[in-house]
Design a protein around this ligand. Structure first.
Ligand SMILES: Nc1ncnc2c1ncn2[C@@H]1O[C@H](COP(=O)(O)OP(=O)(O)OP(=O)(O)O)[C@@H](O)[C@H]1O
Length: 258
């Protein structure tokens, strides 16, 4: 692959001989894009994100701007693709700002102090986190710590963002703020974001493409407008409908579990 963008070809991964991802391929995702990675529990979403950054053993090709990421070390991959795990950052005695700066210095040692401070401060502004800057991490709520974790990834300004359920601990307002901020990064800086997310309505509302993973395989991939309601039964085992809200956005309504 020589063009810019991100793609995966024939990626398989597993744990101790048990296969979890089976020959996953993702067509080229261009710059400026947000892609939602959806699917039921244990489908392999986290494993896919980890395999991309080299944190889960995998075979296959992962391409970013023509470079084969699988030939790089996990540390080198993490420089290109910022990864937010499902786990929250440590509840330590550092302030949110100190923890952000320290993650930034560890991840981007080439930055001067002024550059690191500038990146940290612009990230706090983007995510509206100034009010938390001087609060200790061990005195923040779970959602607040999740926001700081996201800030740690965004402040490094990676080409690609791999976010594992970045809104799972957040209330309605912060869920929207996070997705708007990631979309702004994609649109303004040309970043690519792959976001594992359970909330189909957020995925359909904010992402350019939705990738449905089920039992370790890509079952469907398309724009939100092409999302098929049959997938609700097939993948999630629920009876549901796809409606459109008064603003025209697709909306998933679940009637019952089957
Ligand atoms: N470290 C591990 N060791 C062994 N098996 C694992 C490990 N991590 C995940 N698995 C297994 O791999 C499968 C896929 O897990 P994964 O976390 O990738 O799914 P997921 O789609 O992210 O699920 P969820 O939506 O519940 O977070 C599951 O069956 C899980 O039990």
């Amino acid at each position: 692959m020589t063009q810019s963008g991100f793609a995966v070809n024939g990626l398989s991964a597993g744990y101790r001989g048990r296969k979890v991802l089976l020959d996953v391929s993702i067509e080229t995702i261009p710059s400026h894009s947000l892609v939602a990675l959806v699917g039921p529990n244990a489908a392999g979403k986290s494993t896919l994100l980890k395999a991309i950054v080299g944190l889960a053993p995998a075979r296959g090709e992962v391409w970013l701007d023509g470079d084969a990421l699988q030939r790089l070390t996990p540390a080198q991959r993490l420089r290109r693709a910022g990864y937010l795990p499902q786990t929250l950052p440590q509840a330590c005695s550092l302030t949110a700002y100190e923890s952000l700066l320290s993650a930034l210095r560890a991840g981007c040692p080439e930055l001067t102090v002024q550059e690191a401070e500038h990146n940290a401060e612009s990230t706090l502004d983007l995510l509206e986190l100034r009010p938390l800057a001087l609060r200790r991490m061990d005195q923040l709520s779970g959602g607040q710590r999740q926001m700081v974790g996201l800030a740690q990834v965004i402040a490094r300004q990676p080409r690609m963002l791999l976010l594992d359920e970045p809104t799972s601990a957040l209330d309605l307002r912060w869920q929207v703020c996070v997705l708007e901020a990631v979309r702004q990064l994609a649109r303004a800086r040309g970043a690519i974001a792959l976001i594992a997310i359970h909330d189909l309505n957020l995925a359909l509302r904010f992402c350019d493409r939705v990738l449905v993973l089920d039992q370790g395989k890509v079952l469907a991939s398309g724009t939100p407008a092409n999302f098929q309601s049959d997938l609700l039964e097939q993948v999630y085992g629920v009876e549901g409908r796809l409606e459109h809200c008064s603003h025209g956005h697709p909306l998933v309504v679940v009637d019952r579990a089957l």
